[in-house]
Design a binder for this molecule. Structure first.
Ligand SMILES: [Zn+2]
Length: 74
């Protein structure tokens, strides 16, 4: 998965290590899901991209959001 800066178009490869980067989220029914918050700082400009992702109990990605940038598939 890759992200692109919305200000200058700079592209970044987003690598997520699921074994230690994901944080546990305890649901009200007692089940555990995972989430990830990641900040990406541009090199070519001062933009700061914020990535939020949610994962299910099996660490499969269920939703993703980004601020100040966009996702794209390379
Ligand atoms: Zn940029």
């Amino acid at each position: 998965m890759d992200v692109r800066c919305s200000q200058c178009g700079e592209q970044f490869h987003l690598y997520i290590n699921k074994s230690w980067e994901l944080m546990q989220n305890f649901e009200t029914d007692g089940s555990v899901t995972y989430f990830l918050k990641k900040e990406i700082f541009g090199v070519g400009c001062k933009n700061k991209m914020q990535v939020h992702m949610k994962f299910d109990i099996h660490k499969n990605l269920v939703s993703k959001q980004i601020e100040n940038g966009e996702f794209f598939e390379s």
